[in-house]
Design a protein around this ligand. Sequence first.
Ligand SMILES: Nc1ncnc2c1ncn2[C@@H]1O[C@H](COP(=O)(O)OP(=O)(O)OP(=O)(O)O)[C@@H](O)[C@H]1O
Ligand SMILES: O=C(O)c1ccc[n+]([C@@H]2O[C@H](COP(=O)([O-])O)[C@@H](O)[C@H]2O)c1
Length: 192
Amino acid sequence: MKIGLYFGSFNPIHIGHLIIANQLVENSDLDQIWFVVTPHNPFKKKSTLLDNHQRLEMVYLATKDYDKLKESNIEFNLPQPNYTINTLTYLQEKYPIHDFALIMGEDNLKSFHKWKNYEVILENHNIYVYPRISEGIVETQFTNHEKIHRVKAPIMEISSTMIRNAIKNGKNVKPLLPKKVWEYVDEMNFYK
Ligand SMILES: Nc1ncnc2c1ncn2[C@@H]1O[C@H](COP(=O)(O)OP(=O)(O)OP(=O)(O)O)[C@@H](O)[C@H]1O
Ligand SMILES: O=C(O)c1ccc[n+]([C@@H]2O[C@H](COP(=O)([O-])O)[C@@H](O)[C@H]2O)c1
């Protein structure tokens, strides 16, 4: 099977993530998308992160009604910070029959040249990039790369940071979260 790996902190997962995954799984050759919950992004501080299992639970709640979308805790037992090349190597060994592609927002493509062994990732995997407004520029080496596929879709100005800040300021974020995720966040008093 062709699997799209959607790596992220998902702190919390929001409707933007779900729209991106659904758009790709319905309009590309990908058979499934696995949301890989990352314990520690090498470029981010861990301090604002909810516990791994709580972030995984939110991804599970968001995806359980979609047959082709799955949550993955594969990085929970791998060394931290989580370098994507290590996870890809591990997954390819564990599931040799699957063909793994990556999914990312354009902000991640802009820093992709700083990722560990990014050339090796590109040699072995396709990358689907969803448009997103962010600072910086995409390096020219990635602009017409045969392995990098730009998804044609509307830009969504939604981020987990914006949602966390809005909750802290007592604002209603209900439309920005999948229903079951909103209920869980509310019940657990997250991000207040
Ligand atoms: N609105 C969006 N449009 C396009 N890509 C997005 C969007 N939101 C998240 N992504 C992408 O989804 C992946 C996982 O994102 P992540 O969990 O970091 O969410 P985030 O909203 O960027 O979080 P934070 O604000 O905490 O940095 C990344 O590749 C990111 O670029
Ligand atoms: O491998 C790397 O060098 C690398 C550098 C920066 C980010 N990543 C991964 O990119 C993913 C996106 O993270 P995030 O926090 O933006 O959702 C997450 O799985 C990180 O571990 C990976």
